[in-house]
Design a protein around this ligand. Structure first.
Ligand SMILES: NC(=O)C1=CN([C@@H]2O[C@H](COP(=O)(O)OP(=O)(O)OC[C@H]3O[C@@H](n4cnc5c(N)ncnc54)[C@H](OP(=O)(O)O)[C@@H]3O)[C@@H](O)[C@H]2O)C=CC1
Ligand SMILES: CC[C@](O)(C(C)=O)C(=O)O
Ligand SMILES: [Mg+2]
Ligand SMILES: [Mg+2]
Length: 339
């Protein structure tokens, strides 16, 4: 496995290009602001007319144009709008203006891997995918650190696709932590699996089930919140810092013994068998097809599930308790008024 670091990437390549970032959301704002701070001067944001994000980008002094204008102007076009909107954007606003030798980039391989976007053969197509949320990508960069990232090349029409993709990854701070070379397929399938089984789907269900178990047994919701949600970060920080052994070193022997005897009763062989089914659905395209169809129908199921999640009692008690922890409100990663 090849991992690229600062010395392996030439920042001047991306600095010499006209770079358009389509979208100014979680990833978009972080990519363009990190790039600008890395000396990439010729940047524009692509947003539709009337986009609420326009004001936020302009407040940072960025030039905002339409996606079609961005595609006409740029040498490098990075698409960072929601995955489910990219195919329509590409067909209507990008593809008609593409010319040979341009470089099309993605932050996730979803649309290219599942053939929802099929770029013409004479453009470079790559991905530069940070392994973490956009707001963390920005915050880490500003502190002088970086998130790990991935690069992959789908097409190399000019012979320079990888060098430019690595240069882009350096500009957003990923080579500070290390950039792994992968494929669109591997990035897409592992990213979807990670977020569904562990990082988002797995953790959220674990937290909710733990909270509900305690509350249904008569314990105070506040106790259940601190135990099952709040402390998750403190424990994950220890794992992040030095692995599972580091966490086990810090917790009590009683907790460690409970981890060994009770953990496998929760995430048991059935849970692992279900993980394998989730992975199969990702690999055979079932998940992608369902997500596309859901959006074609106006996302009724998605919106209902989002609404149900947002009104779960753990969110209510959490809001109240977090309001008491003023320090946790300072230096927030997500400032919805800015990005
Ligand atoms: N979120 C993350 O941290 C990560 C995301 N990725 C990938 O990065 C990509 C972007 O995801 P993410 O940052 O979450 O996306 P967001 O949902 O945060 O992006 C929203 C942005 O896209 C703009 N937008 C929406 N539709 C259009 C359109 N038709 N034309 C132009 N702009 C549009 C929105 O404008 P407005 O709000 O004004 O409507 C907003 O600025 C995806 O491929 C995702 O998988 C990869 C790694 C992590
Ligand atoms: C874990 C979710 C993620 O894959 C990410 C932040 O990396 C995403 O799609 O947002
Ligand atoms: Mg991810
Ligand atoms: Mg993802």
């Amino acid at each position: 496995m090849k991992i690229y670091y600062e010395q392996d990437a030439d920042l001047s390549l991306i600095q010499s290009k006209k770079v358009a970032v389509i979208g100014y959301g979680s990833q978009g704002h972080a990519h363009i602001l990190n790039m600008r701070d890395s000396g990439v001067k010729n940047v524009k944001v692509g947003l539709y007319e009337g986009s609420p994000s326009r004001k936020k980008a302009e407040a940072e002094g960025l030039e905002v144009v339409t996606p079609a204008e961005a595609a006409q102007w740029a040498d490098v076009i990075m698409i960072l709008i929601p995955d489910e909107k990219q195919a329509v954007l590409y067909a209507n606003e990008i593809e008609p203006h593409l010319r040979a030798g341009q470089h099309l980039m993605f932050g996730h391989g979803f649309n290219v891997h599942y053939n929802l976007i099929r770029p013409r053969a004479d453009v470079d197509v790559s991905l530069s995918a940070p392994k973490g949320p956009g707001h963390t990508l920005r915050a880490q960069y500003q502190m002088g650190f970086g998130l790990p990232g991935l690069v992959a090349i789908h097409q190399d029409a000019t012979g320079t696709a990888k060098d430019v993709a690595l240069s882009y990854s350096k500009a957003i701070g990923n080579t500070r932590a290390g950039v792994i070379e992968t494929s669109f397929r591997e990035e897409t399938e592992t990213d979807l699996f990670g977020e569904q089984a562990v990082l988002c789907g797995g953790i959220v269900e674990l937290i909710k089930a733990g909270y509900e178990t305690l509350v249904e047994a008569g314990y105070a919701p506040e106790m259940a919140y601190f135990e099952c949600l709040h402390e998750t970060k403190l424990i994950v920080d220890l794992i992040y810092e030095g692995g599972i052994a580091n966490m086990n070193y810090s917790i009590s022997n009683t907790a460690e013994y409970g981890e060994y005897v009770s953990g496998p009763r929760i995430v048991d062989s059935e849970a692992k068998a279900n993980m394998k089914k989730v992975l199969e659905d990702i690999q055979n395209g079932t998940f992608a097809r369902n997500w596309v169809l859901e959006n074609q129908a106006g996302a009724p199921g998605f919106n209902a599930m989002r609404q149900r999640m947002n009104s779960h009692p753990i969110e209510e008690v959490g809001e109240k308790l977090r309001g008491m922890m003023h320090w946790a409100q300072n230096d927030r990663l997500v400032d919805k008024s800015r990005n």
